[in-house]
Design a protein around this ligand. Sequence first.
Ligand code: PLP
Length: 368
Amino acid sequence: MPPEIRPNVLGLRPYSPGRPIADVQRELGLRDVIKLASNENPLGPSPMAIEAMRDALSQVHLYPDAISSEARGAIASHLGVPENQVLVGNGSEELIALIGEIFIQNEPDEVIAGDPSFARYETAAAVAPCRFVPVPLDDDLCIDLEAVSQAITPHTKIIFLANPNNPTGTIYRKAAFEAFMAKVPDRVVVVLDEAYCEFAKEDPFYPNGLDYLRPNVIVLRTFSKSHGLAGIRAGFMVAAPEIIDAIARVQAPFAVNNLAQVAIVAALQDDEHLERTIAVNSAGRAKMKQAMESHGFRVYESFANFILVDVREPAQPVFEALLREGVIVRGGHVLGLPTCLRVSIGTDTEVDRFVEAFRAVMEAKVKS
Ligand SMILES: Cc1ncc(COP(=O)(O)O)c(C=O)c1O
């Protein structure tokens, strides 16, 4: 008899990543393939972060600083929060899992999140194991905070709120959020996942999670998106010192590597790169939205570095037709929105390439 793997682990859906460029090139015999599928920064990392990592390369025979002191200090002073309220992780995904580990105790415990939202929330609940309570988004595909508050029960342990939400790009605003928070009992942990917050700050009513810190609130952020460091794995959380202390007890001591630590410090100094990233994103997002709307499709209002379009038919064939045009996007069939496509915003050239490919696919459909 082979060893028995926990059934709740076998019941997990494997993560479905965007298709790698090399894969698509090989499979379809294409040379020029672009990937707009993983919400990465099309400008790459800050040159300052690259230089810092290059300088640190000769030190990778040493274990990293176990508590990422310099990166943690840089984040704390950048945000104006005390250092003992910051913890750096191997991407914010690692921190989502650790949050589950420190708060979920028994099977009847419940974890609430929007549906659809970032898939790792459900994974954190399933691994524990405890009950995952998905709360459908509203008609505009925004997180329905009223419905989330109604889903709270005596068993609720954690509520994960992605703002902007992935895969929709939509946000909730201050008034709705404050009304929601007034209804959340202090014993329930509220995780404000702000992976895309830099792209949403243009909205005057976007609530900055750091303004709402209290003993049961955790803010999660990442360097993977606006800072272009997805491959080095760097995220962080801001929370009460007691929560930071508990997470530090379960986190692997060297989870954050040397290169990630120096990249964080350097990236935080490069305001110009961040501003350019945000400007390129806003321009590309507007251009893509306009192009897709010109075909008569609904494009959801996005405050992130991707947009969601409803193509009003099963998205998989459209996804595959775009692949044949050399453009990798994310099909809603793997994201819980079977008639939608999620498209990351690229450089201006990539956006034009997408718009052209989308037009070709739509015209071919009309003719067939
Ligand atoms: C809402 C949300 N949270 C967290 C993450 C994970 O980011 P990281 O690369 O820091 O693990 C993502 C990545 O796609 C995301 O969309």
